[in-house]
Design a protein around this ligand. Structure first.
Ligand code: HEM
Length: 508
């Protein structure tokens, strides 16, 4: 039974890493490597083959590394690969199971088209004041503390997490928390609980859900604590109730979900184009048709929950890598500061606007390059929903329904065939002149095709806003504790940086 799948790839004509007894191939859990290193290794081994295979414990899994093929499977033939693999189903954790990221088939399609009008450029523009206010407030709280003699050295991931948590609390729930002034708030506590996800006991739980889900169910082992689930339930439902009772309209996620519940959340008629940045992913036609399905409270709570979970740590991680690069590349930081100063002058002391943010070309280049070199989601996957014949070169084989493939985003972004000298942090790759040479489907920080990241615009506006206000107020400098080069923690889930990224904030 244990070795029953070991010959799965034989006869398919693709190379594969053989399985070790019970442990699978060199997989995430059997090596002491960071997740990006594992993904890089997957990508490099058999790097000249468009598709290869490996074993996750006893399960055969494909790796699709060829950009054209990635596009074919995630866009053109999306219907055969429309779902992600889900470890935490509704019966294990109701909120995670009902969240967009876990939904499958028609239910996913309906929820995606319900939610996608909430993430357009127009909606981001309406929400932007909240993001800019939190960004400005973050920078001025830090400035005050430093000027009054407080420590000016910060572990950047901690700092960025406070910002993303404050931001999502404001944009999703309409609550102003200021974690810099009040670090003991509920949202920050919940975020900390979630980050403990990478603790050994939680990693074991995760392995359990992957390898023996039925046993986990039998022992009623939950992934998220009741406290966390109840918190989201109350925060969402209570806020919705108060809003509806008092007729309060605030242009945030809760407001959009109230509209979604009433079936009134639709795409904007106003077709005015806003260029949202190079990394923004495309919206597909199927998202624009409105779904008729009725959603209950729990369905909507689950979406707020996933916006929080999918949004706060990924964005904070991206910001941390970007801060590191700005610290070690002072010339790039200076150039970015000059662009920011120019915009600030044009604004004449007014709060930053979404339109102004989109005019900042160099900011977009730096953010795009940070997401290229250090993609916070190093890998994504798809599950095959019906038998599918893959054909390329002289090969032809079937991927059977239920099998899944990985897209090694980190490996592709750091492949010299697509990004020469990939270790170099070079925002010029994304200049007007150069970006048109980037090969299709080799730049995938927010995934690919219809199932791409719904929050790409939101993430980009958060990142840009925080650096706008930080660089306006401070020079980011190396400290005694800054580790150069940075080192990734050898854990199999998520991305953590060994000893963090220490940054000195020197008031300008
Ligand atoms: C820099 C920050 C972020 C990165 C790098 C990132 C990356 C990704 C990636 C790679 C995927 C899978 C796409 C695919 O398989 O093709 C994804 C899915 C998703 N992301 Fe993000 N994300 C970020 C921020 C956010 C934010 C801020 C939100 C919410 C407000 C969000 C919500 C989601 C959701 C709900 C999905 C599932 C979409 C679906 O299944 O339809 N993400 N993200």
């Amino acid at each position: 039974w244990i070795i029953r799948n070991n010959d799965y790839f034989e006869g398919k004509g693709i190379p594969y890493a053989k399985a070790m007894f019970l442990m699978g191939s060199n997989n995430i859990f059997s090596t002491r490597r960071s997740l990006p290193e594992v993904v890089m290794n997957w990508h490099k081994t058999f790097k000249n083959d468009k598709v290869s295979g490996f074993f996750e414990f006893m399960k055969p899994i494909y790796i699709v590394r060829d950009p054209q093929l990635i596009k074919q499977l995630t866009v053109k033939d999306f219907d055969s690969f429309s779902d992600h693999r889900v470890f935490i189903t509704e019966d294990i954790d109701v909120l995670f199971g009902k969240a967009l990221i876990s939904l499958k088939g028609q239910k996913w399609k309906d929820m995606r088209s319900t939610l996608s009008p909430a993430f357009t450029g127009m909606k981001m523009r309406l929400m932007f004041d909240f993001v800019a206010t939190v960004g400005k407030q973050t920078a001025s709280t830090l400035r005050q503390k430093i000027i009054q003699g407080g420590d000016k050295n910060f572990e950047f991931k901690e700092l960025a997490t406070k910002f993303t948590v404050d931001n999502i609390a404001s944009c999703a729930f309409g609550i102003n928390v200021n974690s810099f002034e009040n670090p003991d708030n509920d949202f920050h506590e919940i975020a900390t609980e979630f980050l403990n996800f990478t603790k050994f006991s939680n990693v074991l739980k995760f392995v359990g859900f992957i390898s023996v889900p039925s046993l986990m169910k039998l022992f009623d082992i939950k992934f998220f604590s009741n406290k966390l689930v109840n918190f989201f339930h109350e925060a969402t439902i209570e806020t919705m109730k108060v809003r509806e009772q008092k007729g309060i309209v605030r242009h945030d996620m809760i407001n959009l979900l109230i509209q979604a519940k009433k079936g009134k959340l639709v795409h904007d008629d106003n077709k005015e184009e806003i260029a949202d940045g190079f990394a923004t992913v495309e919206e597909f036609e199927n998202e624009k048709s409105s779904a008729k399905r009725k959603w209950d409270d729990l369905d909507l709570v689950a979406q707020c929950f996933i916006f929080f979970l999918a949004g706060f740590d990924t964005v904070a991680t991206a910001m941390t890598f970007m801060a590191y690069e700005l610290v070690v590349n002072q010339d790039i930081q200076q150039k970015l500061f000059e662009e920011i100063s120019q915009v600030e002058e044009e604004l004449g002391g007014k709060l930053l606007t979404y339109e102004k943010l989109q005019t900042m070309k160099y900011m977009d280049q730096v953010v795009s390059e940070a997401l290229r070199k250090w993609p916070p989601a190093p890998v994504t996957d798809r599950i095959c929903t019906r038998d599918y014949i893959v054909k390329y070169d002289d090969k032809s084989f079937v991927i059977e329904k239920g099998m899944n493939f990985m897209i090694p985003i980190w490996g592709i972004h750091n492949d010299p065939r697509y990004f020469p000298n990939p270790e170099k942090f070079d925002p010029e790759r994304f200049s007007d002149e150069n970006k048109k040479n980037i090969q299709d489907s080799t730049y995938l920080p927010f995934g690919s095709g219809n199932r791409n990241c719904i929050g790409s615009r939101f993430a980009l506006m958060e990142m840009k806003t925080v650096f706008y206000y930080l660089l306006l107020n401070f020079k980011l400098a190396v400290t005694e504790k800054t580790k150069i080069p940075l080192e990734l923690k050898k854990i199999p889930v998520g991305i953590k940086i060994e000893d963090g990224v220490w940054v000195g904030l020197e008031p300008r």
